[in-house]
Ligand binder design. Structure first.
Ligand code: F0G
Length: 482
């Protein structure tokens, strides 16, 4: 993709695949969308897909699969124990990551459950570049706490710093000193740090973390769910890796870790979860939990068809033409929005385009969920479904206080190889229109608030009649357009 230069005008991301199966989409009129978002309690998680035009909620389990993946699914070996499919996936994992022990689980958070139950004890601490919602929930459920130690650049939403997902090494040492080595369950690094905008770490940072782990005898765990994007960014942005193949970079990363786990709903473009390691003791400790929570050791709650698709998907991830599509579409969207003055997270990361809701809607206080309000407003004016990543996604503490998130983002995920560039342009157009009319957007307040992971099922009401005013303005400006 990056080697194709256009002769006239600006370069555009050029897809290195063609579409052979399609799904019909429907774009409902804005009045219908108003009813839909109201019924969903202004929570985009609760919208029905039939009311959604572009589903940019997540890249999880919704990436386009390849013909090779679909073909492999037909050869799955369905058996409770000893399945050939398990062997094939195991061999592929060892080939790519160099890890000989593989534990299957039904998705990423199931891996987190197993790892947390095995290694997190009451009072223990897990230092990490940044948390992910389900990761933190599993660690705290087991009595541990999370210590987030990203580099300061992580919170500079507009930046040119290439590796905002890096861990602060000085802070890592300080955390170890503060709590004592015996309290550290393990050190966790997240590829393509999700909640700060899909921002990558560098290979150099990883080597430094490894050195610290060696110095203190700590286990280094990599959450590789968003590794595909991170690999692309290392290849593009890290000088010393420019001449390395994606496969070589992957192996260098893997060799620095003790345990790798990932959601195969993201990495591998299928549905499932993988834990792998060369540490036999850790493997044995985790192994007993798999049949208890997931299923027998040769499927771990996954369908064998999906396991075949993961094996092929992992191999395809070693192809730069495959992994660059997401980041390049995201960069296109981010840069076009930036040109129009819309506040977006830069440099563009992986996973999706991230809009800075605090700057987009400075008049909405954080306890009225600016990112949630922006998600609801964008759906209303476009049928595009994004996801709130801000205070709504935080958990109340034991005393019921609501921690305010460090950042308020609207995430517009870019499932890999799913959308066309004209669809992306439509999303940009509507977001720019909303930016012009941002003063009309108001806040939200919870009317139903679950205790755990409240953003999934919580329902909210608007604090004023702002949504009908937005509909009125839309009709004024766009006439009878959908
Ligand atoms: N780790 C990271 C970094 C993730 O982004 C996710 C999921 C998980 C773990 C959990 O994996 O969903 O398979 O259980 N992220 C999804 C998202 C849900 O939309 O960002 P899972």
């Amino acid at each position: 993709m990056s080697t194709v230069k256009f002769f006239y005008g600006d370069d555009l991301p050029l897809e290195m695949h063609k579409v052979r199966i399609v799904q019909k989409l429907d774009l409902k009129p804005i009045e219908h969308r108003l009813a839909a978002i109201t019924e969903a309690g202004n929570n985009t998680f609760l919208l029905k897909n039939r009311d959604v035009f572009m589903d940019m909620l997540t890249d999880s389990g919704v990436n386009a699969m390849s013909d090779q993946q679909m073909a492999a699914m037909m050869q799955a070996d369905d058996s409770y124990a000893g399945s050939e499919t398990f062997t094939r996936l195991s061999v592929k994992i060892e080939e790519i990551f160099g890890k000989k022990f593989f534990l299957p689980a039904h998705q990423g958070r199931a891996c987190e459950n197993i790892i947390s139950q095995a290694f997190v004890t009451p009072g223990s601490v897990v230092p990490m570049n940044y948390h992910f919602t389900t990761t933190k929930a599993h660690i705290t459920l087991n009595g541990g706490t999370v210590e987030e130690i990203p580099i300061p650049e992580a919170f500079h939403l507009t930046s040119t710093y290439p590796f905002k997902g890096n861990m602060d090494i000085a802070k890592l040492k300080a955390v170890i000193k503060k709590y004592g080595v015996e309290k550290i369950a393990f050190v966790r690094l997240e590829a393509g740090a999700n909640l700060i905008g899909g921002q990558p770490f560098s290979l150099e940072n990883m080597s430094e973390i490894r050195q610290v782990c060696d110095e203190f005898g700590l286990m280094f765990v990599l959450d590789a769910s968003l590794l595909a994007d991170n690999l692309y960014f290392i290849k593009e942005r890290e000088e010393t890796c420019r001449e390395l193949s994606i496969r070589e970079i992957t192996r260098k990363i893997a060799d620095l870790t003790d345990i790798i786990y990932f959601s195969a709903r993201k990495l591998g473009c299928a549905r499932g979860g993988v834990i792998c390691t060369n540490n036999e003791e850790a493997f044995v400790k985790m192994r007993e939990l798999v049949p208890l929570y997931e299923g027998f050791l040769t499927y771990g709650g996954m369908s064998v068809r999906e396991m075949e698709a993961i094996a092929v998907g992992l191999e395809e991830t070693m192809d730069e033409d495959m992994i660059n599509q997401g980041p390049q579409f995201i960069a296109f969207m981010t840069e076009e929005l930036q040109k129009m003055g819309v506040p977006v997270v830069t440099p563009p990361g992986g996973l999706g385009c991230h809009v800075n809701a605090m700057e987009f809607l400075p008049h909405i206080p954080q306890n009225q969920y600016p990112a949630g309000a922006l998600a609801a407003a964008l759906y209303l004016v476009s049928g595009v479904r994004g996801m709130e990543r801000g205070t709504m996604s935080e958990q109340r503490d034991e005393d019921g206080n609501e921690p305010l998130a460090n950042v308020e983002l609207l995430r517009l995920a870019m499932p890999r190889r799913v959308f066309t560039l004209s669809q992306v342009k439509y999303a940009i157009d509507r977001l720019c229109w909303l930016f012009e009319n941002r003063k009309l957007v108001g806040g939200l307040t919870f009317v139903e608030e679950p205790k755990i992971l409240r953003f999934f099922f919580g329902k909210l009401a608007t604090v004023s009649d702002w949504q009908s005013k937005l509909v009125e303005q839309f009709r004024n400006d766009l006439g009878d357009s959908l």
